[in-house]
Ligand binder design. Structure first.
Ligand code: UDP
Length: 358
């Protein structure tokens, strides 16, 4: 198969601004290449693919980022800035896709989805978020009624955010196991990983650390400075150790030393890459029973699921984390979320999409 992939129009690949999509894209490219498919990626200028993906051709587009939908109001209109990256990427992608089998869109935005109705080229969409915008959800509903096969979701609970979608295609996600080393650090510190932004609920994890008289190690890009400083001011000085945004290799070395990852989403997290990355290093996860995490974590086996927004419940599970066998965590990833498993699901789905256009 010859596949043209459109990356996120928010930040270049490697910047961390694109969130989980950056890692998902790399895992997918890696899985598709190992299955023998040809992959071309259209991405913002300065993007870098993982070194193992050098067989994929990368096309750069310059322009201005989109604003991420989770930081707009639900009823906000679509805005496309002057010299926008998104139409530029779409133009390049459509052009390349004339010679390819399918255009695979990984951006969560209006234009590529609308385009599905207006070109002969098959455009398949990996929807990376729950319903964050009325205009996008309404458009998905419209396009879905004509092209139901063209949409895939990371988790069942994410797809449930779009009530008009019956029998959604669920592809999960994939991780290069060789990029993560298992560590048996049962006495390590507390970890939190993610974009520092309100939908990630960092304050609840800091609460737990503070109750335990410990520091919370926080890895990730500070997307919302005001939010981050508000958290700092609400807790005693030094409650948070800001560790910055690290590459996957550096991150996994540090994360693997921790005894637990706290995951505290306030939104319907579509999947939650950081959970699986922690599990791959042998780190159990305590998360709210909400969104993707509630489908990934096996309560009592690979971590615990606390009642949403119940910080005391979260704390009570962190206090018994030593009951979780770290080997179980790594094994779950090997069995359920390798790049091969993920790429195979995506290929099966793309074959169905292509059938519809024959
Ligand atoms: N991440 C990273 N380095 C860091 C912190 C985070 O590479 O120091 C990556 C992490 O590997 C994951 C992504 O940031 O792929 C966050 O994705 P997730 O699905 O958890 O949340 P999203 O940002 O997509 O909402």
């Amino acid at each position: 198969m010859r596949i043209v992939l459109i990356s996120t129009p928010i930040g270049f690949l490697g910047s961390g601004r694109g969130g989980g999509v950056e890692l998902t894209l790399n895992s997918l490219v890696s899985g598709l290449l190992s299955l023998g498919h040809s992959v071309e990626v259209v991405a913002p200028k300065n993007s870098k693919l993982h070194k193992s993906n050098e067989k994929a051709k990368l096309y750069f587009v310059e322009g201005q980022d989109q604003i991420s939908w989770q930081h707009l109001n639900y009823n906000s209109p679509v805005t496309i800035p002057d010299n926008s990256l998104l139409p530029g990427m779409l133009e390049q992608g459509l052009n390349l896709a004339k010679e390819a089998d399918v255009l695979l869109n990984m951006s969560y935005d209006w234009l590529p989805i609308w385009m599905t109705l207006n070109v002969e080229i098959p455009i398949a969409h990996i929807i990376s978020m729950g319903s964050e915008s009325s205009v996008i959800s309404n458009l998905i509903s419209k396009v879905f009624s004509k092209h139901p096969v063209n949409f895939a979701f990371h988790s069942k609970i994410q797809a449930d955010d779009y009530p008009f979608i019956k029998n959604p295609t669920i592809i999960g996600n994939g991780f290069r196991l060789e990029n993560y080393t298992f560590q048996n650090s049962v006495n390590g510190p507390l970890a939190w990983v993610g974009r520092v932004a309100p939908e990630k609920g960092l304050e609840d994890a800091v609460y737990v650390a503070n109750e335990l008289g410990e520091k919370l190690n926080v890895w990730g890009i500070i997307e919302d400075e005001t939010y981050a400083s508000k958290i700092e001011q609400s807790f005693p000085k030094g409650s948070v150790d800001w560790m910055g945004f690290l590459s996957t290799d550096e991150l996994q070395k540090e994360l693997g030393k921790c005894r637990v990852l706290l995951n505290t989403p306030k939104w319907n997290e579509a999947y939650g890459n950081v959970i699986v990355e922690a599990l791959a290093c042998g780190v159990p996860v305590v998360a709210y029973r909400r969104g993707g995490p509630s489908e990934i974590i096996q309560h009592g086996q690979t971590g615990y699921l606390a009642d949403p927004d119940d910080k005391k419940n979260l704390l009570s599970y962190v206090e018994i984390i030593e009951k979780i066998k770290r080997e179980n965590c790594r094994k779950w990833v090997e069995k359920n979320a390798s790049t091969d498993i993920f790429a195979n699901k995506v290929v099966n789905w793309l074959n169905k999409v292509m059938q519809e256009y024959k």
